[in-house]
Each structure stands twice: as C-alpha cells, then as structure tokens.
Design a protein around this ligand. Structure first.
Ligand code: ATP
Ligand code: MG
Length: 503
C-alpha cells in the first residue's frame, strides 16, 4: 500500500509557481529521498503533505484515503510529522520541555515534576541511542547541530507513521549522521515511512531505497538508488550535464605575502592557542569535527566574539577586531551558514528585500550627499545574483520568501559584492544544490587568483580536499596538523580531525 500519494499539485506564491502539477508518492515502510535544485519545490511539497500550505489544486491521499489537510494538526492526527528546514524550538525552554511540546507527559503537581520530565527525556534519548544531549540544558544555549538533533528526536518521540526530514543533516557531524541512519533503519523495521531531503547525493544513496527528483515544481521521475548513476541524477536534477570538476589550485611556487596572521589565539569559547597564516591568493581550509573551535575562530576573526589572548595581524600590521565593523574596516568579510544563530551579524535581514540585503555592507558606495543611487545599486545587485544563480525576479521580495539554499546564495553574493580582500567562509555551500556548488567553487578560486585570500571551514571533506591549497586540522581548539598539495586526502584529514596522528 502507498503511505501517501500527492497528485497534480499546484501551488503558487504570487507570480512564482512553486509546484506546477507535481506528483509524488511513497510506499509504506520505505525510506524515500526527495532531491532537486534550490527552489525546485521540495520544502513546498513537504508543507503540503503536512498541512502547512493548502494546494491551489491537486489531490492528497493518505493510506489510500483522499484527505484535505486544513492545518498541521490534521496531518499530525494522520501520523505525519515533519522536521522542517527552519528550526522551531523554543529557546527559553529546556531540552526536555521542548521534547514534550506541546504538552508535558506528566502533570506538574508534584514538587519534583521538573526532574521527572528530565528523567523521562533522558530515558527516551537512551532508547533511541542519542548521546551528548542534556535534558536540563536551555535550548537557547545549544549549538545549531544539537538543535537539529533535538528536532529529529522530537519528531521520533511523536511515534509518527510518516516522518519527513527536510535537510536534517545540513549541520550534523559524521557521528550524528551515522546515528540518524541507524535509527531510521530501526524505525523502518517497525513500519515507519521516511521522506528524506538532502543535497548530499552520497547520503541519499546510502539511506534511501528510492528517490524522486523534482525540477521547476514538477517531478522528473522516481528511481531505485541502485539503478542510476550520479552523473545521470545530476543531469536530471539540473536539466543539463555538469562537469563536476573543481577549479585548478595554485600552481606557481612563488613567495606570497601573508594576508592574515594569527598568533596564539585564545578565547573563552574554546580556542586554546591557534597559530595560522593565511597568504594572499590562497584558499586555506579548516577541517574539524563539530565543536573543535572552528566556529569560535571565525567569530573571533570577524569581531563577533572577544579573544582572551593572542594577536591578529593584517598585511603585517597588528589589528584589534572588537566588532564586525572593525573587521569590515580591515577588509574582512564573513559568509556563514544557512540558519545562523545570530542573524543580525551573520546572515540576512529576513524582512528586508533581497536586493537591499545584498548591498547592505557597502551601501556607502552608492550614496552621494545622503541619497542612494538606485540605478547603480540595482546593476550591481543583478550582476552578483546572476553569478550565484539566484533568479533576478526576486530582487524586491523579502528575503524570507526565498528557499533555504537560495538564502544561502544571497549571503554569499552579499560578501562577494563587498569585495572583501579576506573572505572568511563558514560552511558556505551548506544547503546549496550541486550545480551552484561548483559555480561557488569557481567564484572562490577567482577571488583568490585576483589577489585576495580565503579561509574556509567546511563540514564536507571532499570540498576541502579538492578546493584548498592547504588545510589545517583543528582538534580541541588547536591546529593539530597541516596538509598541502598531495598530502590533502580525505583519509589524512579524517584521522587528523579525530585526533589521530597529531604532529
Ligand atoms: N512563502 C513563500 N513566499 C513566496 N515564495 C515562496 C514561498 N515559499 C517558497 N517560495 C518560492 O517557491 C519556490 C520553491 O521553494 P521551496 O522552498 O519549496 O524550494 P526547495 O526545493 O525546498 O529549495 P532549497 O533546496 O533551497 O531548500 C522558490 O522559488 C521559492 O522562492
Ligand atoms: Mg527547502
């Protein structure tokens, strides 16, 4: 029997046809991947199966019965639970309280009811094999990755019949991805149906029995994971074949001058003495399992976090970076993740237009006697959005109406336009589709070739291996290993970031 069947679904937002007659169905008890470019309609499809949006037309059947889902509760009643791309936890509550939302499992009449809730949460985490998450912690202080894990745990707790995961692993580390793959397989044995959305083809092939490709709001086809090659999948996804080759690395072996030098950088957030030199024209990679200090390093260099000790030199001169303003003044830019924890300094202003978001750091360039020269501004915006593959029709829309991956591209566009000499890129291609990923790699290499320097952290090892001239491995807040040229391999990086074979 089919777990659910969507047929001929249309969904418009203003002039955008997010879904244009799309059909999608899943068998009971299968793990089914859903893939496609940024903006293809994946999240919209998920929101239709889960009652968040009502389709303009088309039909929805759940276990053979035609239904009309007027709100998310009706979907939950049918056993459909979603982990959305945007997180939905309540920061002021604890992990345990969030887990049991909307209603706690125990009435709070007993004095120790709070700790009972925590005990129950701890028992549940043990049941599903989840480690390192503490029921009494406040959600507001969790890392993005722990929040993502908690969202998944919360979905499992509701014992769904159909569980939909919209890019659940974009911030997860290798260990947690393994945990997730184990638990969804176990639950599948008990009859659970899973829909799995990811831009990582490797994961789709490993996790899923079958997958469906969406393009421009319509399904292209459904395939068994063992019957189709990656090249073909990419071709179907983006409508053309893609030379998935990385740009050439630095070749000439001449002396380059240092752009940024960091000496003995320490911070309360976990840096325990980092030394590094980033040269001009270089793409320098940072590898590390989650929580080894990479986030603190980028935040310190951009002035979001304070150093407790250490020195930073730019072009050989000592600088103090106490605020993002100081960083921008020193020609440093930062592009970071899709769901930044501190949107004001790291990401986008969601209720400002996309165009304005892009020119925000450099608005002064377009201002004469206090007036903004709109024409100039628009020409610049259009040029850069085209480079990162964002549809030009969206310039005047609010940033929050863009799909997740497209928001990420706008963040990248913004800093590219600011022409920072020193680019800090924190997992820049998270949530970005494969076609655009390669265009971003080319843009990164071009920036370096033009004389700038790029420091990039990535959670995807192939990206570091193929893009970077050198890679530093972080472990426990320190650089433990450095690799260059042919030494940069996935195996070498993996053992270094796990703390094996340290120098
Ligand atoms: N609330 C909204 N208002 C306006 N347009 C929207 C809204 N939600 C989605 N869209 C548009 O619908 C299209 C499909 O978006 P959707 O979020 O479903 O893409 P996606 O496949 O999930 O992409 P990604 O991989 O980037 O997450 C996009 O063009 C997007 O800009
Ligand atoms: Mg999406």
């Amino acid at each position: 029997m089919k777990a659910f069947e969507l047929a001929d679904i249309m969904k418009r937002f203003g002039a955008t046809k997010a879904l244009n007659g799309a059909s999608f169905s899943c068998n009971n008890g299968e793990i089914h991947g859903l893939i496609g470019e940024n903006g293809a309609g994946k999240s919209t499809m998920v929101k239709i199966v889960s009652g968040v949006y009502k389709p303009d037309s088309g039909s929805i059947k759940i276990r053979g019965q035609e239904v009309s889902l007027r709100n998310p509760w009706q979907a939950v009643k049918q056993g459909i639970v979603v982990v959305h791309q945007e997180l939905s936890l309540v920061p002021d509550l604890t992990v345990a309280e969030n887990l049991f939302l909307p209603k706690p499992p125990l009435k709070k009449i007993k004095l120790n009811a709070q700790s009972d809730i925590e005990k129950k949460a701890a028992g549940f985490f043990a049941d599903i094999g989840l480690k390192g998450i503490h029921p009494d912690e406040h959600v507001g202080s969790l890392t993005l990755r722990s929040k993502q894990v908690l969202e998944i745990a919360k979905a499992i707790y509701r014992q769904p019949k159909i569980m939909i995961l919209d890019e659940p692993t974009s911030a997860l580390s290798i260990e947690e991805v393994n945990w997730l793959s184990g638990i969804i397989r176990r639950l599948r044995e008990e009859g659970l149906t899973v829909v799995y959305i990811s831009h990582r083809l490797g994961e789709i092939k490993e996790f899923c029995d079958r997958f469906t490709i969406l393009r421009n709001g319509k399904e292209v086809g459904t395939y068994r994971t063992d019957e189709i090659e990656d090249d073909e999948v990419i071709r179907l996804m983006i409508g053309r074949s893609l030379a998935a080759t990385f740009p050439a690395k630095l070749t000439e072996n001449k002396e380059r001058s240092p752009a940024i030098e960091v000496q003995n950088l320490k911070s309360e957030s976990g840096l325990s003495g980092i030394d590094l030199t980033l040269y001009r024209q270089e793409v320098l990679g940072i590898a590390g399992l989650e929580g080894q200090g990479q986030r603190a390093l980028f935040r310190c260099l951009f002035g979001i976090e304070r150093l407790s000790k250490g020195k930073i030199f730019i072009n050989g001169k000592p600088v103090r970076i106490r605020h993002p303003r100081d960083a921008i003044h020193a020609h440093i830019g930062l592009t970071t993740g899709l769901v930044p924890e501190d949107r004001k300094t790291e990401g986008l202003f969601l209720d400002l237009s996309i165009g304005h978001n892009v020119t925000l750091p450099i608005l002064n360039n377009f201002t004469k006697l206090g007036w903004i020269n709109n024409n100039d501004e628009r020409i610049k915006i259009k040029g850069i959005l085209k480079k990162v593959n964002v549809d030009l029709a969206v310039i005047d829309l609010f940033a929050n109406s863009l799909s997740g991956g497209n928001q990420q591209k706008v963040v990248i566009a913004k800093w590219m336009l600011a022409a920072c000499n020193n680019m800090l890129m924190y997992d820049p291609t998270r949530g970005v589709d494969v076609g655009t990923k390669f265009e971003i790699y080319n843009l990164i290499r071009d920036m370096a070739t033009e004389g700038n320097s790029v420091l990039i952290y990535s959670s995807e090892l192939p990206e570091l291996v193929n893009l970077c001239d050198r890679v530093l491995a972080l472990y426990d807040g320190k650089v433990v290993n450095a690799f260059q040229g042919n030494e940069i391999t996935e195996e070498a990086l993996l053992s270094a970031i796990m703390g094996i074979n340290q120098i």
